[in-house]
Structure formats: structure tokens, C-alpha cells
Design a protein. Structure first.
Length: 227
């Protein structure tokens, strides 16, 4: 959506500027040149960049703590995030995205209850067999969820054993909501979130940080009341 359009616009300006620099030209960039002549705009840009650098430095200890909460050796727990890294993104980025949910898991279900796994048929099976709340971060189409050179379809999940306490499953795959009824049937009786459109990474990150922890606490409270 909007973010993709802004990124495309920025890319066009960047490529234009790079090409001009390589050709030895000093011609000012349209629009950007006029904005850059204003001292207020330059100061605002510098302040914004400085704030960004400070925020990134501040994330370092948080990322370290987030990674320590979900060690690679842990495969059992109550709250799972299964992620696709496309072979290029480091694990700590997903640990950071999962951080608020991991903290909520430890506060409700105890130490060692948050699990972070790289996506595969086996890890999805582990998550559904042991989890109460499961977040599956993968690409997808109307056909199903995408694995490396493979597909994960609703009927595949229907055949997997599931934790009797599985209450909630979040599927990030784009257009997976086209088969929402099939996913719901395959994961019953858990509540299921799917998208019948293209879904952006930022909206999933927003959910992980600001809605996911509440979902963990709500599921725990539901279990406490039922018990």
C-alpha cells in the first residue's frame, strides 16, 4: 500500500541521484533541491536522523534480551512464533518482533514458555502440538502458506495433532483468508486470524507488539476462569 509507494518514490530519486553522480553531473535533484535550501527542513531532517540512530542504538540491549528469552535450543512451550526469514534476515530481528509476546508468555505461563522457531513442516507441527497461542509468520497465496519449495495447506494442518489447549492461531500469509473456512476447520476449536488480501510486515509487527501480548493474557485468563 502506501509504504510501498513511498519506498518506490524514494528509490526513483535515489537511482536518479546516483546516476547523476556517476556521470559527473552536479545538476540539483527536482523538488529535493528546493526543500534542501530551507534551513528548517535541513535541521528537521538532521534531528530525525539523529533520533533514528539513537533509537537503533537503544534497540541493541532490547534485542539481546529478546534473543535470550527465546534460545534456539528451546522447542517446547506455550506461546510460539514460527517465522520465515527468506534466508537473509537474522534470527534476532524476529526475536525482537516477538519480544512483547515472549514477556507476556513468561509473565503468565512461566519461564521458558515462549518459543521461536524457523518455519518448516516440523516446527509448525511442534507449535500446534504444544502451543496455546501460535503465530505463523510466512508468505502465502490463495493456495496456502508457502514453505521453502513446498506448500502448507489447510488439509495438512488438519492432519496434525494439536494441543487440546490451543486457543489462537495467527496466519500472516497474503490471501490465506481466501480459504478462511478451511483454516478454521483445520485448526478448530482455536480462533484463527487470516488475511484475504496482501498483508504488510508492518501490520504484523504492530500486532505482535501491541495486540499479541493482550491475546496471550486473555487466553491465560480464559483458562484460569475455566479452571
Amino acid at each position: 500500500g502506501l509504504i510501498r509507494k513511498l519506498f518506490l518514490a524514494w528509490s526513483v530519486f535515489w537511482v536518479f541521484g546516483l546516476a547523476m553522480a556517476l556521470l559527473g553531473g552536479a545538476r540539483p535533484m527536482p523538488l529535493v533541491y528546493r526543500v534542501a535550501r530551507r534551513n528548517g527542513a535541513v535541521r528537521t531532517a538532521c534531528a530525525g536522523l539523529l533520533s533514528l540512530y539513537v533509537a537503533l542504538l537503544g534497540l541493541v540491549p532490547v534485542a539481546i534480551h529478546a534473543s535470550n528469552l527465546v534460545p534456539e535450543s528451546r522447542t517446547t512451550g506455550s506461546v510460539f512464533m514460527v517465522y520465515e526469514d527468506n534466508g537473509i534476515f537474522p534470527r534476532w530481528m524476529f526475536a525482537l518482533a516477538f519480544y512483547p509476546m515472549a514477556r507476556a508468555a513468561e509473565a503468565t505461563y512461566g519461564e521458558g514458555s515462549a518459543v521461536l522457531l524457523h518455519i518448516s513442516r516440523e516446527t509448525v507441527a511442534q507449535a500446534l502440538a504444544g502451543g496455546r497461542v501460535v503465530f505463523i509468520g510466512s508468505h502465502g497465496t490463495k493456495k496456502g502458506l508457502m514453505l521453502h519449495n513446498d506448500w502448507l495447506l489447510p488439509r495438512d494442518l488438519a492432519e496434525l495433532p494439536k494441543n487440546k489447549s490451543l486457543k489462537f492461531v495467527y496466519l500472516t500469509g497474503c490471501d490465506s483468508g481466501e480459504k478462511r473456512d478451511a483454516w478454521i476447520a483445520a485448526l478448530a476449536p482455536a480462533d484463527v486470524v487470516t488475511y484475504d488480501r496482501l498483508s504488510a510486515s508492518l501490520e504484523h509487527a504492530w500486532w505482535l507488539w501491541f495486540k499479541g501480548p493482550d491475546k496471550v493474557r486473555a487466553v491465560h485468563a480464559e483458562e484460569e476462569n475455566a479452571g
